[in-house]
Unconditional design. Structure first.
Length: 60
């Protein structure tokens, strides 16, 4: 088993663990309509992915 050689202070511990903080998924913008879209997903407003029409969206 690993044995701790000396005490790690709270300050140093928090500095090290603070670098691993998860901020969630960053949203991108649709290149066609400018709507906020999750990465690698089809835009549900206009139906495009990668600059081409993938699904047809009917407006109500």
């Amino acid at each position: 088993m690993a044995v701790q050689q000396c005490k790690v202070s709270k300050c140093n511990l928090h500095k090290r663990k603070g670098a691993n903080q998860y901020y969630g998924v960053k949203l991108g913008k649709c290149s066609t309509c400018g709507e906020a879209v999750r990465p690698h997903r089809v835009c549900m407003k206009c139906g495009t992915y990668g600059g081409r029409q993938v699904i047809s969206v009917t407006s109500e």
